[in-house]
Design a protein around this ligand. Structure first.
Ligand code: HEC
Length: 461
């Protein structure tokens, strides 16, 4: 069965229009505040005084590889330098929330994610998190003992160098009329962006989460418990922490290095507590277009390093040919494709990676769309075959390889679009949400999570 996308869209519009509060660019949250009987701590404050001009930063990660190129051999040293570079601020955010002041420390958030996608979508009030992936099937992590499906919640911060780009896109119009040009969307060298991912599965349903940081969130969507009609304060568990950096010197093919940390209960906490238990899962600085991992699964990856010492659950969802991707990122998906005339359905196929997915970040300002979906798909929004399988080009085919090319961040995947320099929040979240809020027309991408799954109808909508 094909999902009647526009049919569903049309029947939602009148309801959403009647119920949804007026969206504003810099809302702190979706409007649902936890009662003091459930929570009395600090609430999330959106940091949006984006700086206009910042001096070029020191880049100790370049020193870590002697100002050469990042390679499979030195990627570990580079990744540790990146972790150290954010390590003076992030433990405060993660473990000492009462003392976290993002603006004072020079970290910033994107606009338009406050109230999104129905009454209780968007940022929840306590930590400003929103649904990243919903839901991750328990079968993906069966080997590490997961017994229930998961929802993941995410939160992204741009450092002050990166936030200059938010300034260029949003500040002149106070968020109302984004400037999306081939220059405004580009990030300065040394820009750092981080993203924390917490999961709804605690140690009772996923033993690998034992001992990790717990954040209470005020939420309804929860695949682990089945969710609730009204938001309630619910524990979530720190699983993954991404760090990406604009560094054209070390990674000239794409201009970026992507890396991620995952929680490992078997590492001893050190002076920085749980931060010391966040282990590098790997680093990626290109898509390895020369390696057709379907035709030749043994083809070596030259722009990717996976840490053999990372906990096994972290690598359970590596992408195509084991290109880097974390457990939050959904690089394994149920896909349907035609093999000659035969229809194939593959569950949990490796079909993406950090840089494959992010290299699709682009926006066509004439049509207000991101022309290709973020996963290999025959259309955007993706066509959905039976049982929620995404209709995909055949793995390894020329069409499929469009998602595994190396492009610099100012070269769009599709002609006519403005490349968004790998920034997925801009292309997949902020711009579609801005469009929906300011035109009254629900943008086709706002209802999807990053795996092409329809977000469930929000409770209370
Ligand atoms: C299947 C697609 C997909 C994969 C794979 C993926 N991401 Fe993302 N990423 C997204 C989307 C979509 C967003 C926007 C926010 C959101 O919805 O979570 C995002 C946001 C981010 C951000 C915030 C800045 C930005 O670009 O918007 C960072 C940092 C990030 N991802 C890092 C990573 C890293 C590191 C990996 C691999 C370990 C990874 N991502 C894998 C889709 C993906």
């Amino acid at each position: 069965m094909k999902l009647g996308f526009f049919g569903i869209g049309l029947c939602l519009i009148p309801l959403a229009a009647a119920a949804a509060p007026v969206a504003t660019p810099y809302a702190n949250n979706n409007g649902a505040l936890p009662p003091s009987s459930q929570y009395t701590g600090p609430l999330f404050k959106l940091s949006h005084a984006y700086p206009a001009k910042v001096a070029a930063p020191a880049m100790p990660w370049r020193d870590a590889i002697q100002h050469g190129r990042i390679t499979v051999q030195n990627a570990s040293a580079y990744a540790e330098a990146l972790k150290a570079a954010v390590g003076k601020d992030m433990p405060t955010l993660l473990f000492d929330y009462a003392h976290w002041d993002a603006a004072a420390r020079g970290w910033y958030n994107e606009p338009w994610l406050g109230s999104a996608n129905g009454k209780y979508g968007g940022r929840e009030a306590i930590h400003g998190m929103y649904v990243g992936t919903d839901e991750l099937d328990a079968s993906l992590f069966a080997a590490s003992g997961l017994t229930k499906p998961i929802s993941t919640y995410v939160l992204t911060y741009y450092d002050k160098v990166a936030a200059q780009t938010l300034n260029h896109v949003w500040s002149a119009s106070a968020g109302m009329k984004p400037s999306v040009t081939s220059t405004s969307t580009q990030f300065a060298e040394g820009s750092l962006i981080v993203k924390a991912a917490f999961v709804t599965a605690g140690p009772d349903v996923w033993p690998v989460m034992a001992g990790t940081q717990v954040w209470p969130l005020y939420i309804t969507t929860n695949a682990t418990t089945g969710g609730s009609t009204l938001p309630k304060v619910t524990n979530t568990y720190l699983m993954q922490f991404d760090i990406i950096v604009k560094d054209s010197q070390s990674a000239p093919d794409t201009g970026w290095v992507f890396m991620t940390l995952v929680y490992d209960q078997n590492v001893k906490p050190g002076p920085n507590g749980i931060w010391d238990q966040m282990v590098v899962l790997g680093a990626q600085w290109g898509n390895d277009p020369q390696a057709n991992s379907t035709v030749n699964p043994a083809a070596p990856l030259l722009q990717n390093w996976n840490n053999p010492a990372a906990p096994a659950y972290g690598g359970a969802t590596f992408g195509w040919g084991n290109r880097l991707s974390g457990p939050n990122d959904g690089a394994m998906n149920d896909i349907a494709y035609k093999d000659g005339v035969k229809q194939q359905l593959v569950k949990n196929a490796q079909d993406s990676s950090c840089m494959s997915c992010h290299s699709t970040a682009q926006w066509n300002p004439k049509t207000n769309t991101m022309p290709s979906f973020l996963l290999p798909a025959t259309s955007n929004p993706p066509q959905i075959a039976s049982k929620q399988y995404i209709v995909s080009p055949p793995p390894g085919s020329p069409d499929w390889l469009r998602w595994f090319q190396n492009r610099k961040g100012n070269v769009p995947m599709d002609a006519g679009s403005i490349a968004a320099d790998f920034d997925m929040v801009l292309a997949f979240k902020s711009l579609p949400l801005w469009y929906t809020a300011t035109t009254g027309k629900t943008h086709a991408l706002t209802g999807f999570d990053l795996r092409g799954k329809r977000m469930p109808p929000r409770a209370g909508k």
